[in-house]
Structures are given as C-alpha cells and as structure tokens.
Ligand binder design. Structure first.
Ligand SMILES: *[C@@H]1O[C@H](CO)[C@@H](O)[C@H](O)[C@H]1NC(C)=O
Ligand SMILES: *[C@@H]1O[C@H](CO)[C@@H](O)[C@H](O)[C@H]1NC(C)=O
Length: 935
C-alpha cells in the first residue's frame, strides 16, 4: 500500500516535472525563466518564477560566482559553463510556432572559474549568429535581447566558439508577445536585436519591468550614467511626471509607468547622443509620446525629429495631443527600416508656431539581423533525433550544422550546409535504421556500427555520394539491398557480424571496393566460376590484439583524411585474385622501424640534412626506394619511453596534404627516432635567402607557398581535437616537395592544447618568431602560431630574416617593428624584396602586408584566425591570377565534392605516391572537408 502510494507520488512528481518543461510557468503565461546553473526553482522579489535549466540543455557544468555583485538576484549567483571546444552548446525551448517572442540572455562572469580570464564567445539564435559576448568586467552583467517570430515548435539559443575563457550563461528568459507592435514586413528573414530601450524622465535609476510591463521588457532609466550613452543633453531639458492614468492601448505598448514620465525641452530642443551596439546597420526605431502636462487651450506642443545629416526625417511634424487624439494618450511614430550609424545623435526641435518645447517619454531601437539559412538537412535531422528523445547524443539542439555541427555530424561549408558524415558508432541504438538517413542526399560517410540496429537495411539509392558505410556489429536481418551495388561512389561497405541472409548482390562483388560481410551465417556468395575477372576484396578482422593497441588513440582524433577509417583495425589492400582473401594487416598505430633498418637506410646517419626542434635530421632511403627524413631525437627531448610513444601515437593520427607525412618511429638502444617523408626541395628559408639560383623570385609562387602552409596550420588548429598548436613555426619549418608545394614540418612534437584554449609549459619557439604575449604570459593559444606565421609572411614579402643587425636601419633589429613602421606610413615599396620578379600586383602585396600586420598584433585576441589569414592569402592569389578565377574554381569544387580524390589509399600504401596523387588532383575532397564551417 505504502509503496503504491510512493509510486503514485513519484509519478505525480514526474508528471509535474514534465509539465514544467513543456508549459511555461502558470503565474506568467508565456514566460520561461531559466536560472542557468541554479540548483533549485525559486520566485524572485518581483514575482518571476525561475526554474533550473537542467531540462533545457545537455552538457555543461554548474558553478557558483566567486566575486560578489550588487545585482542581488539569485539568477546571478550561479552560471552554467561549457568546454572551450569547437562544439556548440544549445538551450532548446518549446514555443508556439508563428508567435513573436522576446529572448533575453544574461551573462555575469563573477570569476566563476577562478581564473580571471574574461570569456569571449559567440551567441546564436538557432543557426543565426546573434552576438559575440565579450566580458570585460567580472561584476556587470552583459545582457542580449532579441525579438523573433518563432518559425518552428522549438527555439534554441547556442553558445560556441570560445576565443578566450569558457562560454557560460547566467540566465535565459523567453517572453511571449501576443500583439503586433513588433510586426515587421520581413519577419521570416530578419529578427530584431535590442540596442536601446529607454524610459525618459524616469523617477529613479531603477528600470521598469515586470509586473509593470506584462511582457517583462526592461525599460532602462535615462538617469543611469553610462559612457557614450545619452550624452550631449540639450540645455533646458527637464524631467516631468504625472500620476494620472495614461491610455496606452492593449498590445505591447510601453507600460503606463514608463509613459507617466518624460523629458521636455524647455529651451525648444531635446538632444541626445548614444552609441548603438551592433551598428551601423538597419534599424527599427520607435519614439513613444504622451502629453502629460495640462496645456492651456492656447498652448501648443509641436516639434520635429532632427537627425544630423538626414534631413528627410525632419519633414513630419509631431503634435502629440492631436496625433494621439487627446491628452494622456500614447502616440508612437517610428521608422521600421532606417539605416543608422554606431554613434547616433538625434533630437527634437519645436516648430516656430509651437509655444512649448518637445516632449519624449520613451523610445526603442532594434537592429535587424538577417536570419541565416539553416542547413539543408535541418528538418530531416530534427525528425531523426526526435526518435531518440532519451539519448544524450540526440539532445545537442539547434541546427545540426550551424554555427558548429553536432558532435557526431560533419557538414559541408556551403552557406546552407549539408550533412556529409554521421558517426553513431557504439551508441546502443535499437530498432530499425531510421529512414531519415536515406534522405540525406549529401551523405558521404555513414557509421552506425556497434549498435543493436535490427530489421532490414533501408534503401540508400538517393544518397548518391555515399562512399563509406559502416553497419557492422548490429542485429540487421534480411538481404543486402541490391541498390547498394549501384551507389556510384561507394568505396567501403562493412556489414560483418549481423544476421543478414540471402545472396550477396553481384554488383557489389564486381566492384573494386572494400567490402566486408563476414560473420553473417545466412549470407552467401554464389560463385558460378565464370566471373574470374571479378575482384573481391575481403577484409579480415583481427580484433583483440590490435584493438588493445588502438584504445590509447581514442583520446585524440583528427578529422579524417582519406584513410579508410580510424576505428577500423584492419586495412586491406586490393587483392589480385579470388582466393587471396587474407591481405596485409596494418595497425592503427604508427609503423615501427627497427634500428638496423634505419641505420641501413641512412647509411649509419651519414648525410645530415638539417636540425630541428628536438634533434638532428638525416637523409635516408628505404629498401623499397622511398626517400625518408630521419630525425634522431636528442636524449633529453622526452622524459621517458612512454611519453615518446604517446607522442608518436598522436603524430600518426595527423594527416594532411600540407603537413609533412609521418611514416613511423624507432625506439631502440636508447635512440628515439622519428621518420618522415623526405622533402626534396628543402626549407622555405633556403629559398628566400639561399643561393641566387635557388631563390623564389615569383611573388605568386611565394603566395602559393603561404597558402599551402596556412592550410596545414588550419588543419592543426581546427581539424584536430584537441587543437594542436605548432609552437615553432618558422621559414625553416616549411618544407618544399618535388613540385615546390609546401608542407609544414615539426608539428605535434608537443602536448596538444588542453580544452582547446591554453596550456602553460616551458616556452618553446625560436627568437624572432616567438609571440611576445606568450613569452610574457606563458599562456599558449593558437594565436601564438598566428604571430609566427605573420613573421613568415613578412619574410615572404621582404626576403629578410626576422632578426638582423643590418637590414632594418638604425636601432631596429626586428622585422616586425621595421615592417610595421613602413606599412603604417603607407610605404610598401620599402619592404618589398628587390629580388622579386617585376610584374606583381602591388594590391596583392598590400593584402598580405595588412594581414601580416594583423597577425603580429601584440595581443593574441587582436590577431585573426588562421582561416581568415588563409582567405586573405587566397584573395591575394586571386588578384595575381586575374579576376574571378579563384572563386569560381572553389565553387565548382564544392558542387563536385564527391568526385574529388579518386585514388585508392590505404595505410599500407606508399605514402609518397599518395601525396603525389593528391597534388595532381589539385584541390582534393579532403581539403574541402577541412574547411571550417561558415560561422
Ligand atoms: C531595409 O532597407 C535596406 C535598404 O533599403 C534593405 O536592404 C533591407 O533588406 C531592409 N530591411 C528590412 C528588414 O526590410
Ligand atoms: C543499452 O540499452 C539497454 C536497454 O535499452 C540498457 O539496459 C543498457 O544499460 C544500455 N547500455 C548502455 C551502455 O548504455
């Protein structure tokens, strides 16, 4: 009996919780008030019911503020914060579709992480970038408000892209409107963000909000002093107020309390200047007037709006009493779309025939923000995740691709991205494979292995681009759909260890793909002996041993290159004949060379070709003819073998066509050795300052080298998780291959950045390239690499080395100071390398000079991201090559994405031939995958 009671109580509690999540609080219909990071529900002093945010967000942690603030509000005692990684973290709230809402997000830092690093990160509303939150004070809240017409049954607010510190949020509020004051003509394409909402003549510094304003807008008092906000007030401005009721209408007009106070210009004018956050831009602005003085019958109050430089606004005359059809009534003229500057001055001036000066009770200014087209697969993906409402991975919220993609999804970088990769391996998913997946026409890679999917494999014939399908280790039944054999781009198909039956479709056997269907006892190949030209490739699973070896690697991943798989422990090279089912097996981890092998290859370390961080580099040639660069590490490079092997494992996961390929290692007799591909043309440094016949004298060639290197760095910064910071970029670490294409060397020989932001450790780097901020603060970020890359760009322009006693004039030894002063005074000729062939376009040199100067800004936060640097370089290349070429090529590549890179690559393959292969393809598929998504 008692337990039945308890069960009923539990059920009731559960239902209440559910109700709480689904319906806004009963006391304030249409309100959702989330105390982010707050532990319990509570009602504040003005009667707003706050709820904990746990049911609205997945992920993040709670923290208490460590610095007191004078907000005296419980929602400002805690925050929820998120990792500083490349994901987004979303709050999802249920809304009524086609209804207008006010969304308010508040951020009070309060040193919650006890680091006193003021965070900077992005806020988005659905897929649309809303604002960049920049904290520059621990105790003042940053508040963002938007008004948006809900276009779906849910609304999401997401945090992403931490530039400094960790993203966090203090409070999130949703207020439903029911009238049409904020109606705008293009609400499906734009939402409004608040720049100013002012209560003029306010009685105190207090804002007016709920319950005076039933929609809980916050009407700021005009007497609060803020820098560059409501300054230049005209002389003769007086505050007036009334206690008489004011008719304000029944919609979302300002509350009576706001309209009961005003300022009047006794000398005939009102005047204000204020900075409009987020402007210049297109604004929605409304002034609210009500006559609250008892004018005598022969007194009049007529005035005009004055905006300096915009005479058109001064045409209409306001006569409040007449316009509002009486005293104590609201009149609300405004402009629904006007272009406004950041520094905004405005005023009202009485007309000559008016006896009284102008009046102003309140005003609001919003900025239009264009709504970002979401990803093309947003609806399909929403429908997909709605099937798994209990699963953590399905709760990430927001758009699947924008502003960052869900953790198990990868998207193309088009303006309206498509999902090209789905990885739901080992998520314990049951039921049949969801049909939504077959509608993702941009899909290239699908990984559903290691779940408990049952039923038949659906028909993927509409996913033309599919290349990699992993369905192994599930409970799938039925036959393999013949349509799989028709997928034009299929490269790998894994269906082993299911309960499939019937015949393997002939079309699959006829193709040169990696295809594993072992472990399906009911599935069989009908071999009629005729098809001796058939090439069958079968992979063999050799699990346990190698799996054990691979486990250590899961902590660190880079975005896939063209390798078949990171998780697949077996790679099979195409076998020539039916019958040779067993092919060579390579492990996931790095190749291990024996010391004698290395000694043979290098002829006992005979030819020294350079020295880099951590050791000396020797030339070598393997017995198979491959040329290699062998780096013999100095003994103190690593504390121990374990540390060395850890780093080797990391290195083996970093693959990119603009990073020097890591081939393996050797660890024997106290010698630690790293083996890389040999780069025939040496270092960039030699080609800038070496012998005359080696000098690269073509500006375009130098730009191409910069582009290659930037792509390599971009991969380290954005393609790997956690991010890899190179720490020692310099012109001698940029190597050139046979075709004079550049690759970055010496990367990854250091710990990856923790949490994507900073790690402090012993400063490593080279004088002249070393970021001064890092040197002083010991806080390492990607921006330290940007500084070094900026120096390299200056080398490319000038040909000079970064530190020199002779080249930079008196009292200047440093390329940065020298270049900065010349570029600053507009004298680019002074720094351009005289040995460059003439005929380059000065504009493209300027482009690089400008971005280089940005890169070497003293503060990391002021430096651009590598993707922005890359863009500038590509723009410069486009200028050199002539109009339009660059952009069109890129676009074509986008649309032909699936056709790029047709080479068959395997871990056992000859990596130098892979590199050449990619070169010939021009821009490969992988490179496009590596572009970070548009923000
Ligand atoms: C506002 O006007 C500008 C310029 O005429 C136009 O480009 C923009 O789309 C308009 N915005 C809205 C929201 O109507
Ligand atoms: C997988 O799902 C089953 C049933 O749904 C559950 O009992 C089990 O705990 C889950 N396992 C994991 C690892 O989540």
């Amino acid at each position: 009996m008692a337990s039945a009671f308890a069960a009923a109580a539990l059920l009731l509690h559960f239902l209440l919780q559910l109700l709480l999540r689904l319906s806004p609080s009963a006391a304030q219909p249409g309100f959702i008030s989330l105390d982010c990071g707050g532990a319990d529900d509570h009602t504040d002093g003005i009667g707003i019911q706050w709820t904990s945010d746990t049911n609205f967000v997945s992920g993040g942690q709670r923290a208490q503020l460590l610095v007191k603030n004078d907000q005296q509000k419980q929602q400002f005692t805690s925050v929820r914060y998120f990792p500083a990684d490349n994901r987004k973290y979303c709050y999802t709230m249920n809304v009524r579709n086609r209804t207008r809402y006010l969304v308010r997000a508040s951020f009070l830092y309060g040193n919650f992480d006890n680091s006193n690093v003021y965070p900077k990160f992005d806020l988005s509303l659905g897929a649309t970038p809303w604002s960049t939150i920049v904290i520059d004070d621990a105790t003042t809240p940053v508040v963002e408000e938007a008004i948006i017409l809900a276009a779906a049954p849910t609304l999401s607010v997401c945090l992403s892209n931490a530039r400094t510190g960790q993203p966090f949020i203090s409070a999130l509020e949703l207020r439903q409107f029911n009238g049409s004051l904020y109606y705008t003509t293009d609400e499906t394409r734009f939402f409004l963000t608040l720049s100013a909402r002012i209560n003029f003549g306010a009685a105190s510094n207090e804002s007016v909000r709920y319950p005076d304003d039933p929609f809980d807008r916050i009407w700021e008092s005009d007497s609060v002093r803020r820098a560059n906000y409501l300054v230049d007030v005209a002389p003769g401005t007086e505050r007036i107020s009334t206690t008489k009721p004011i008719f304000v209408g029944t919609n979302e007009e300002p509350p009576e309390k706001v309209m009961q106070t005003a300022v009047v210009g006794q000398d005939g004018s009102l005047n204000y200047r204020l900075d409009l956050e987020g402007f210049p831009g297109n604004a929605w602005g409304v002034s609210y007037f009500a006559e609250i003085e008892d004018l005598t019958p022969n007194e009049t109050r007529k005035f005009k709006l004055v905006i300096p430089g915009m005479p058109a606004f001064s045409k209409p005359t306001v006569d409040v009493e007449e316009n509002a059809q009486g005293k104590y009534r609201l009149y609300e003229p405004g402009y629904t779309n006007m272009s406004l500057p950041f520094v905004f001055s405005f005023g009202f001036k009485k007309t000559n025939d008016s006896s009284k000066g102008p009046i102003l009770n309140a005003m609001e200014i919003y900025k239009y923000v264009q709504i970002t087209m979401g990803s093309q697969d947003a609806n399909t993906m929403a429908s997909l995740v709605s099937r798994y409402s209990q699963a953590g991975w399905a709760q990430e919220g927001g758009d699947p691709c924008l502003p960052a993609s869900w953790s198990w999804v990868q998207c193309s970088s088009e303006a309206a991205p498509r999902v090209f990769s789905i990885t739901l391996s080992g998520k314990n998913i049951t039921g049949s494979i969801p049909a939504e997946l077959t509608k993702l026409s941009g899909l290239i890679e699908l990984r559903l292995d290691g779940n408990s999917f049952s039923g038949q494999i659906p028909d993927f014939r509409d996913c033309h681009n599919l290349q990699y399908i992993h369905l192994e280790n599930n409970q799938l039944t039925g036959e393999l759909p013949p349509s799989l054999g028709d997928l034009p781009n299929l490269k790998e198909l894994y269906v082993q260890n299911n309960k499939l039956s019937g015949q393997v479709p002939k079309a699959l056997l006829r193709r040169s793909i990696i295809f594993n269907f072992t472990g399906n006892s009911g599935l069989h190949v009908v071999n009629n002996g005729i098809s001796h030209t058939v090439i069958i490739i079968i992979c063999v699973v050799i699990g346990v041993i190698i799996l054990l070896g691979a486990i250590g690697c899961y902590l660190f991943t880079c975005r896939r290159n063209k390798k078949p798989s990171n998780d697949t422990v077996v790679i099979a090279a195409p076998a020539k004949k039916l019958g040779s089912y067993f092919s060579e097996v390579a492990t996931e981890s790095a190749h291990r060379f024996s010391l004698s092998e290395i000694e043979d290859a290098t002829d006992k370390f005979k030819r020294r070709i350079g020295s880099g961080g951590f050791g000396i580099v020797y030339y070598g040639k393997l017995t198979d003819g491959r040329e290699i660069a062998v780096k013999l590490l100095t003994n103190d490079s690593y504390q121990g073998i374990r540390e060395f092997l850890n780093e080797v494992t990391l290195l083996s996961r970093i693959h990119h066509r603009h990073l020097v390929t890591f081939l393996g290692y050797s660890q024997q007799d106290g010698k630690s050795i790293l083996v890389y591909e040999f780069m025939h043309n040496g270092t960039l440094k030699e080609h800038l300052r070496g012998a005359a016949d080696e000098k690269i004298t073509s500006w375009l060639k130098r730009l191409e080298i910069a582009e290659d290197a930037a792509k390599g760095i971009e991969y380290l910064h954005t393609g790997c998780s956690p991010t890899i910071i190179h720490r020692d970029l310099k012109s001698s670490n940029i190597l050139l291959d046979k075709n004079m294409r550049a690759k970055v060397a010496d990367f990854g020989l250091s710990k990856p950045a923790v949490d994507g932001s900073h790690v402090s450790s012993i400063v490593r780097g080279t004088v002249g390239y070393l970021d001064p901020e890092y040197y002083i603060s010991q806080q390492l970020t990607e921006k330290s690499d940007i500084y070094s890359f900026g120096v390299i760009l200056l080398e490319l322009i000038s040909g000079h080395e970064p530190i020199s006693n002779n080249n930079f004039g008196l009292n200047c030894r440093n390329i940065v100071a020298w270049a900065r002063s010349h570029i600053g005074s507009g004298n680019i000729h002074a720094i351009v390398d005289e040995s460059l062939d003439s005929g380059y376009d000065l504009q493209s040199v300027w482009k690089i000079a400008e971005v280089a100067i940005m890169c070497v800004k003293p503060k990391g936060a002021q430096r651009p991201a590598i993707s922005e640097v890359l863009e500038a370089i590509q723009d410069a290349i486009a200028i050199e090559r002539g109009p339009q070429m660059h952009r069109t090529i890129r676009r074509q590549l986008m649309s032909n994405r699936s056709m790029g890179g047709s080479s068959s690559v395997s871990n056992t393959g000859d990596s130098s031939s892979v590199a050449v292969d990619l070169e010939q393809n021009g821009s490969s598929f992988d490179e496009l995958l590596m572009r970070p998504g548009l923000r």
